[in-house]
Write a protein that binds this ligand. Sequence first.
Ligand SMILES: Nc1ncnc2c1ncn2[C@@H]1O[C@H](COP(=O)(O)OP(=O)(O)O)[C@@H](O)[C@H]1O
Ligand SMILES: [Mg+2]
Length: 259
Amino acid sequence: MALLQLKSVGQTYFSKTSATTALEDITLSVNEGEFVSILGPSGCGKSTLLSIIAGLLIPTSGTVMVNNQQVNHPHPKIGYMLQQDYLFPWKTIHDNITLGLKLRNQLSHQHVQTAFQLLKEIGLEHTIGKYPSELSGGMRQRVALVRTLATQPKMLLLDEPFSALDYQTKLKLEDLVSSTLKEHGKTAILVTHDIGEAIAMSDHVILLSSNPGRIFRTFKIPESIRNLLPFEARQHPDFSSTFQKIWEELEHIEQNDHE
Ligand SMILES: Nc1ncnc2c1ncn2[C@@H]1O[C@H](COP(=O)(O)OP(=O)(O)O)[C@@H](O)[C@H]1O
Ligand SMILES: [Mg+2]
């Protein structure tokens, strides 16, 4: 069943002197448990699309439905994780991971235990009394993931969450995020400009063209690599052929952009 449905979504930003159409006619659906990546050049409207799905921005046209209900405010079943971790530097890891629960008045023993359990699962239980400044960038992103999952969202929106990390940390985190989300049966939408990351992590890849952002193509990732961990997927022969195909399409988009 489709958990998320977008119908002809468009977004135009208006200023006093100009109007920028960031997105046009975006129609897509994401089933429960699916992992979908949105891939496209910088400025093509990826972050705008996630803000719309999160209910933080009401599109200028079209509709967004979660569980067949129209979204027009931040949805409690949707968690959002960004490139920057936005941990509060003056709060301990304990306080940072329970913050979402506190804000939502869900600070029950059971919810807090779930947050601790998640911290343990990602191998950071020893950091619970520390401050974010005492952790590496990769560790902080792992904490941010725990904070997002602690409120038990059905769907996670990930906006380039690995792009500020060094390559090795990024590869390790891809595996960790992928296995954690699978284990907990989460639906996820990942925004990235990294083709390899999109292929390694997803069931489907949606390629956006820019000016305005439109769906250019949708790729189904081959079964053979779908159930592998991202790191293993990258070694599989089907990975490079898929990479090649998407690469060529992206080249098309960029050529059209420069004309
Ligand atoms: N708040 C805003 N006001 C005006 N224009 C914006 C705003 N946010 C984004 N844009 C414009 O919309 C387009 C898409 O931006 P964005 O969604 O951030 O793209 P991406 O995440 O793919 O890099 C860009 O042209 C950007 O300048
Ligand atoms: Mg962006």
